[in-house]
Design a protein around this ligand. Structure first.
Ligand code: ATP
Length: 236
């Protein structure tokens, strides 16, 4: 088990968003979070990456209780968050953005070059654009960069928030294909994705969130056949 949340609650100031979440991600799994706007999916990723503190419950990473740790501490042990909206630095080059992802674990120059090469193996376009200012790239390329930056810290678990938001269908397909590729590299993934149909097709398991609670969970394949999921999230 790479991640286990037990009875986890969190929110913003006095607003409680997440209510007693129990969730697991096993090693090598892609797990998808499904839910309407405002259900708490992004909030759950923020709680698990240390961006907001849990108000109750706990979570374990690789068997270790890491509740209350800060994002930089969690990145260092292999838990990386690629937030919604990419949040890359537009005025920095692609290379500078990628290097920022590696700074939590100071590495030798040769090591950085190896890390860059492993990102280029997934996203060859980034190699061509290494010296380009990130803000001048297309949305799809910026998303590749955001994921690439997350990979520079050599995560064991990647939290991915809406990686296909605002992208053209072909680019969405490419990005989701890459997420499958990450799993075959041994990286576990917790994915929030508005394109529920495509996300369930690449996921092993999924959890459905409604108003901060998990209301349904199961194998992704079986959720694709679930009448309620079909009606509420697949538009069928
Ligand atoms: P979306 O797809 O719209 O991002 P989501 O499931 O990711 O939906 P969250 O972003 O986690 O939903 O939001 C859950 C609830 O928390 C919503 O009611 C939202 O208004 C509220 N919320 C989100 N961010 C904040 C914040 N910084 N301060 C206060 N409330 C917030």
């Amino acid at each position: 088990m790479i991640l286990k949340a037990e009875n986890l609650s969190a929110g913003y100031a006095r607003i409680q968003v997440l209510k007693a979440i129990d969730l697991e991600v096993k090693k090598g799994e892609i797990v998808c979070l499904v839910g309407a706007n405002g259900a708490g999916k992004s909030t759950l990723l923020k709680a698990l990456s240390g961006v907001i503190p849990p108000t109750a419950g706990r979570f374990l990473f690789n068997g270790q209780d890491v509740t209350g740790r800060k994002p930089n501490q969690l990145v260092r042990i292999g838990l990386s968050h690629v937030p919604e909206g990419r949040q890359i630095f537009g005025s920095l080059t692609v290379k500078q953005n990628l290097f920022l992802g590696a700074y939590v674990n100071p590495a030798k120059k040769e090591r950085l070059d190896d890390l860059l090469e492993s990102v280029f193996a997934l996203f060859p376009k980034l190699k061509e654009r290494l010296a380009q200012k990130a803000g001048t790239m297309s949305g799809g390329e910026q998303q590749m960069l955001a994921i690439g930056r997350g990979l520079m810290s050599q995560p064991k678990l990647l939290l991915l928030d809406e990686p296909s938001l605002g992208l053209a269908p072909l680019v969405v397909e490419a990005i989701l294909g890459t997420i499958g590729e990450l799993r075959s590299r041994g990286i576990s993934i917790l994915l929030v994705e508005q394109n529920v149909n495509a996300a369930l097709h690449i996921s092993d398991r999924a959890y459905v969130l409604e108003t901060g609670r998990i209301v349904l969970q199961g194998e992704a394949r079986s959720l694709l056949e679930n009448e309620e999921v079909k009606r509420c999230y697949l538009g069928m």
